[in-house]
Ligand binder design. Structure first.
Ligand SMILES: CC(C)(COP(=O)(O)OP(=O)(O)OC[C@H]1O[C@@H](n2cnc3c(N)ncnc32)[C@H](O)[C@@H]1OP(=O)(O)O)[C@@H](O)C(=O)NCCC(=O)NCCS
Length: 156
């Protein structure tokens, strides 16, 4: 993708992240304080942003601390959606999980989030469980999905 750069997230990104999160997740958005706390957990929490023409158009993060890594968040700004940026961020997070030694990647997604469910399924994630009425208000289930990365198939 030309003109698109994926890089490590920095403290300077936080106001932009909180603003974009607010437009995407409404009441579930992470405020600036949460972003500060998450970035303080580096290197275990590994966050990336995608820039296009100097603007942050996508971002995501992964928790890598053992055999199981967890996707913490993944967002494409509304104006950037549908152009492959979500898949780009997910591939980057998966690569970082592998590099950190994880052999499986887990995530949770709202059961009513069709685009995200489709993205994950088409990237090799399988549904492994459901947390009933996990998202409140609204009583929306959380679908737990997992992808086997196979690090240990190579090493052991
Ligand atoms: C879900 C999200 C990350 C997808 O990012 P995106 O850049 O729009 O998606 P991409 O262009 O990379 O598409 C990758 C795949 O996602 C799926 N997808 C993306 N948009 C979709 C839509 N509107 N409807 C159905 N599937 C969709 C498709 O499987 C697509 O593959 P395809 O192009 O081969 O059909 C993005 O819509 C987003 O940020 N949504 C709001 C925040 C959110 O829900 N984050 C996930 C929380 S778990």
């Amino acid at each position: 993708m030309t003109g698109v750069v994926c890089r490590d997230m920095t403290w300077h990104d936080i106001p932009t992240l909180a603003r974009v999160d607010g437009t995407v997740f409404d009441a579930d958005a992470w405020p600036e304080a949460t972003w500060w706390a998450e970035l303080a957990e580096r290197p275990r929490r590994d966050y990336v942003v995608v820039e296009e023409a100097g603007d942050v158009v996508a971002y995501g993060g992964v928790d890598v601390g053992g055999e199981t890594a967890d996707v913490m968040t993944l967002v494409v700004a509304p104006t950037g959606q549908g152009r492959g940026l979500g898949r780009l961020v997910l591939d980057e997070l998966e690569g970082r999980a592998r590099a950190g030694g994880a052999d499986r990647l887990l995530l949770e997604v709202r059961a009513d989030n069709g685009p995200a469910l489709s993205l994950y399924a088409s990237n090799g994630f399988e549904e492994v469980g459901v947390r009933r009425r996990y998202y409140q208000p609204g009583d929306v289930d959380a679908v737990i999905m997992r992808k086997t990365l196979g690090n240990n198939d190579v090493d052991r």
